[in-house]
Design a protein around this ligand. Structure first.
Ligand SMILES: [Zn+2]
Length: 421
């Protein structure tokens, strides 16, 4: 049987809008959404009035920043404030298709419209094609994942085995007997399936027929992707989204970050102020999906990333999120600034002579102090290093150069030794 081409093509014309068409498209979608939500969502009306935000004065995309962000955590409280999930919904619960419950607890409404969760273009980009038989290993109970990921498969003309999580030997038996071509689940579970199959003497390339995998829900390394792709001889691509809004971004064949879904307007903002940051700067992902039923305008996801607008070889013109670099609530703040290990790594990569490094944070007398320890022999570029560090991280550390082998064998990039008692 010849394999399908899973590397080319696009699903929707919206994926290739030029820059001015794209701005215009976002502008129209947002304007319509804001007017509708103000009219039909009690919560949105309250929020806009409190911020003195007048929908009629929404003239350009940059006006959106005048609406305060909603933190995902606030939904727990807001949803309990009365009927229609505290006025967040624009219709009654009985008019919906489903209502899920995610940890929080947060209710996730699903309306009856086509492609409600918006994953279809992402599944196409990942390589799913008509005629695939896909095993969906996400949970089908209470949380939306299982059913959420069936929707794009149905739209693309694929069949689904709703296998849900667990039962590894049954999963493998199904894969073998039905010759499943697609996998949907977490990357670690796919790795687990590979290990169990190998232990059972199953040849992953000859006895199984997987050609494409869509993964989400976990961070994974490029090494792990390469291992899985090689073991099964498949294409593995990831998506990024939440149970509240559905799809936010997805990878294409070229793995250049996550193309922003065309169903939403995404901003990268300062986590405290909600002010949008420049392209390339790391901040919180703030999403406004064009969803009239559940208009979560400027939902701050708690995840940190940055925007990349360089062209992609796939031809899609949507900007991309770089990797998800961390969570707002677990990222170290030093002197009020977020310090991301990957940014420090970028600075260190300019200095070949630095073997290892660590940032140590203390707060003698309640004031943050940061020491940058680096392992290097005959290091002569201290000034250059400090300059580059200040440029990138916006903070000035004290530098401590030590001989190679001095730092402990296992170190965290940022060692936080501050005390608050
Ligand atoms: Zn691309």
């Amino acid at each position: 049987m010849t394999r399908k081409d899973r590397t080319e093509g696009i699903y929707s014309r919206r994926e290739v809008l030029d820059e001015s068409e794209r701005r215009q498209y976002y502008q129209i979608q947002l304007k319509e959404l804001l007017s509708y939500a103000y009219r039909y969502s009690e919560d949105v009306k309250k929020r806009f009035d409190r911020a003195q935000f007048n929908v009629d004065k929404f003239k350009s995309l940059s006006d959106l920043k005048h609406i305060p962000i909603i933190k995902k955590k606030e939904l727990i409280f807001l949803q309990s404030m009365g009927p229609r999930l505290g006025g967040l919904l624009t219709k009654d619960l009985g008019e919906l298709r489903r209502v899920f419950l995610s940890p929080g607890p947060i209710f996730d409404p699903e309306d009856r419209g086509e492609d409600y969760w918006g994953w279809t273009e992402g599944f196409y980009a990942a390589g799913f094609r008509s005629g695939d038989l896909a095993q969906v290993t996400f949970n089908y109970h209470l949380t939306p994942a299982g059913l959420m990921f069936e929707e794009p498969l149905r739209n693309l003309g694929c069949a689904v085995v709703p296998s849900g999580p667990g039962n590894t030997s049954t999963q493998l038996e199904i894969m073998q007997k039905l010759r499943s071509t697609g996998y949907v689940g977490t990357p670690s579970y796919l790795m687990h399936l590979a290990q169990k199959a190998e232990e059972a003497g199953i040849n992953l390339r000859k006895d199984l027929f997987l050609e494409v995998a869509f993964v989400t829900g976990e961070k994974f390394s490029e090494k792990m992707r390469a291992t899985i792709e090689k073991k099964f001889d498949l294409i593995m691509r990831q998506g990024y989204g939440t149970a509240d809004v559905g799809c936010i971004g997805y990878e294409c064949y070229h793995c250049n970050g996550l193309h922003l879904a065309n169903r939403a307007f995404v901003e990268i903002c300062h986590p405290d102020t909600g002010i949008p940051l420049k392209d390339g700067e790391v901040g919180e992902i703030v999403v406004t999906a064009f969803n009239r039923t559940y208009p979560l305008i400027r939902l701050a996801t708690g995840d940190l990333s940055y925007i990349d607008r360089a062209p992609c070889a796939c031809g899609r013109t949507s900007p991309r999120l770089g990797s998800i670099v961390g969570r707002v609530d677990t990222t170290t703040r030093i002197k009020g600034m977020f310090v991301y290990p990957h940014q420090v790594e970028q600075v260190m990569a300019q200095f070949d002579e630095i073997k290892r490094w660590q940032i140590e944070v203390t707060n003698p007398g309640g004031i943050d102090e940061m020491t940058l320890h680096v392992e290097a022999s005959n290091f002569t570029r201290s000034e250059e290093l400090l300059h580059s560090f200040r440029q990138q991280i916006k903070l000035r550390p004290s530098l401590n150069v030590v001989a190679p082998g001095t730092l402990p064998a296992q170190i965290r990039p940022i060692e936080d030794k501050r005390k608050w008692d």
